[in-house]
Design a protein around this ligand. Structure first.
Ligand SMILES: C[S@@+](CC[C@H](N)C(=O)[O-])C[C@H]1O[C@@H](n2cnc3c(N)ncnc32)[C@H](O)[C@@H]1O
Length: 247
């Protein structure tokens, strides 16, 4: 197809996405200021999530890597309800403190404040996530885990049954229809998360890779540059982060 035609279609697509009435949804606007994470979830990601959920294959799970304070989880759960989708939603996060400088492993406190330890941060952020879910989604709690994605996928790959952080017993494993990858953004970790999801992602399934925009320096952006050449996937949209679909 002519490159100009493709570019025009891309622009038209983005224009259509950006003008979605969804962004004027009262509840979506409200939860942005009620749940920790504002600033980590661009509107484009919400529109991409909405697209993936509307086009979700049947009998699959949704997996989120990196839950933080629960904003993206709250949005996904809301969109599932909005589209009357009873897909199971799993999320995982060890709630480790990530320093701005990424040297945080050596220090015991958060950036710029020795009074606040990383241990307290962990407790605060996990509690914030749980509070948000119990407040916003008491009847549709996610299956959330306090694992690194490495630990999570080991359990997923062996179809383990375990208790989530809300005390609900659930079996992990099975086909994935949509994954939101937003954990450790290093190239090694993002590649690991992609490869693990890829093993279970069914044909027609989606991956939204946060911080994969062309102009970013994160490992996730480098990974996306590689994935654009992976002929098993097609780019659905870039807003500015990429939603890709398995062919
Ligand atoms: C950008 S935040 C996630 C924001 C969240 N998705 C939202 O939009 O509300 C990244 C999260 O990834 C988590 N994380 C870091 N390394 C991880 C790993 N190996 N596995 C899973 N999560 C990880 C961090 O603890 C942090 O909470």
């Amino acid at each position: 197809m002519n490159i100009l035609v493709r570019r025009w279609q891309g622009l038209r697509n983005n224009y259509r996405f950006r003008n979605e009435a969804l962004l004027k949804d009262d509840y979506l606007r409200r939860i942005r200021s009620m749940v920790i994470g504002e600033g980590m979830l661009p509107n484009g990601n919400i529109l991409q999530m909405n697209y993936a959920i509307q086009h979700l294959p049947k009998e699959v799970a949704i997996v989120e890597i990196g839950s933080y304070g629960g904003l993206s989880a709250a949005v996904i759960l809301y969109l599932l309800q909005k589209h009357q989708c009873d897909t199971k939603f799993f999320s995982t996060d060890p709630w480790i403190y990530e320093s701005y400088t990424r040297e945080g492993q050596q220090i015991a406190f958060i950036d710029g404040c020795t009074r606040i330890t990383k241990a307290n941060y962990h407790h605060y952020m996990k509690s914030a996530f749980m509070n948000a879910m119990q407040f916003l989604q008491p009847h549709q709690l996610p299956h959330s885990f306090e694992f690194t994605s490495q630990e999570f996928f080991k359990l997923w790959n062996s179809n383990e049954t375990c208790n989530d952080i809300f005390g609900n017993h659930i079996q992990l494993g099975g086909p994935i229809g949509f994954a939101y990858i937003d954990g450790d953004h290093s190239l090694e970790a993002a590649t690991h998360d992609f490869e693990q999801v890829d093993q279970h992602l069914i044909s027609g399934g989606f991956i939204l890779l946060d911080d994969s925009a062309d102009y970013l320096q994160f490992g996730s952006a480098t990974l996306m540059k590689r994935l654009k050449h992976d002929n098993r996937y097609r780019v659905v949209n870039r807003m500015p982060h990429y939603l890709i679909q398995k062919i």
